[in-house]
Design a protein around this ligand. Structure first.
Ligand code: SF4
Length: 347
């Protein structure tokens, strides 16, 4: 009897990796999934916070995919190691602060380490030549294989027939003829294959699998690095960039304004780390102040808090200001008129 081969599939939660895993499973290979938690993932958390998303199904798409496929999923925390990928990408960024090529290399490398530690034979990704302008081009395919160290233990079942045969194909662990030759940006072949497998209700991420492909998010991250004078971040920093309206009225401080109930509640969890504001005469947002602020700055922040409260048209709004030590006081302020909030303040 021939030995059953084992492969680990990188599962992002999107359709391509789901199909890639399934194609290989159908050839009798034992497949398990691996998903890396970087802190920038779009999944779950923001949808869980926002009230407007409350009716949407909240699911971790990677877990959902694993469940659909009936495979084990290993979720690996790579927050610390991933920082170097975001901060110093050797191959540079995509349209925003997304280091996609370095990210792919990093993830395949981590998957390779995992296969070595767990006695697996090869790695599967859902990459398709030409699908993404930066990271999934014909020229980048060998770069990912080489620089990750995976070399020809990296199989891309959706476009394998457009690439040189890999070890699993040469050794007959999988039949190359039953792999695919997808290429280009069209999603039609993937959708047809999904229909063939009977997959419905899969996630269709628009830009990419993480917040780094989002223009506004990247602007906020760049602002964080610039104002701190160093390209570093902690998990809390990147979580807070996902939530609220971010305004920088002065170079030395910015405000994070909850846009609705769910966000206010999320920001509550951070209030001991920041001076914060809350209107008490009217309903309104919880506002965190990130940076250093003098008396005039506190007044400006209170007026902005009032501006985003239900008292925005009132003559005066009472705002409670609480410092990091927990000492509170009340300020009666005139809400800042919309015309006095320049566009440049919005990050
Ligand atoms: S979109 Fe984000 S997670 Fe996906 S490859 Fe690019 S940097 Fe990595």
């Amino acid at each position: 009897m021939t030995e059953q081969r084992k492969a680990v599939a990188l599962i992002s939660g999107g359709l391509d990796s789901m199909l890639a895993a399934r194609v290989v499973m159908d050839q009798g290979v034992q497949v398990e999934g691996i998903n890396f938690f970087t802190g920038f993932c779009v999944e779950g958390h923001t949808h869980a916070i926002r009230k407007k998303d409350r009716d949407r199904v909240k699911r971790n798409n990677a877990l959902w995919v694993a469940e659909q496929l009936g495979i084990k999923l290993h979720i690996v925390d790579v927050i610390e190691e991933y920082k170097d990928v975001v901060i110093n990408p050797k191959h540079g960024y995509g349209a925003h602060l997304n280091p996609c090529l370095d990210c792919k290399i990093f993830m395949v490398h981590k998957a390779l380490e995992w296969t070595q530690a767990n006695g697996f034979d090869f790695i599967i990704t859902g990459e398709v030549i030409g699908q993404r302008p930066k990271s999934q081009r014909r020229e980048t395919m060998p770069v990912v294989a080489r620089e990750s160290g995976a070399d020809d233990r990296l199989l891309r079942p959706l476009c394998a027939r457009n690439l040189p045969p890999t070890l699993p194909e040469r050794e007959g662990w999988v039949d190359r003829e039953r792999l695919h030759d997808f290429s280009g940006r069209s999603r039609k072949p993937q959708m047809a294959l999904a229909a063939q497998f009977g997959f419905k209700d899969y996630a269709q991420p628009a830009g990419g699998c993480c917040f780094l492909t989002d223009e506004q998010y990247s602007v906020k991250l760049a602002d964080l690095w610039k104002t701190r004078g160093t390209r570093r971040y902690e998990l809390d920093d990147i979580m807070l960039l996902k939530v609220g309206r971010h305004l920088r009225p002065r170079p030395h401080f910015k405000l994070i304004v909850g846009r609705e109930e769910g966000e206010n509640r999320f920001l509550e969890g951070y209030r001991k780390q920041f001076t914060h504001f809350r209107p008490v005469s009217h309903n309104g947002p919880l506002v965190l102040l990130d940076g250093e602020a003098g008396e005039e700055d506190l007044e400006l922040a209170a007026r902005l808090t009032a501006r985003y409260s239900q008292g925005r048209s009132a003559d005066s709004v009472r705002v409670e200001v609480t410092d990091r030590a927990g000492a509170s006081r009340l300020l009666d302020v005139t809400p800042l008129p919309a015309a006095s909030v320049p566009r440049e303040w919005h990050l």
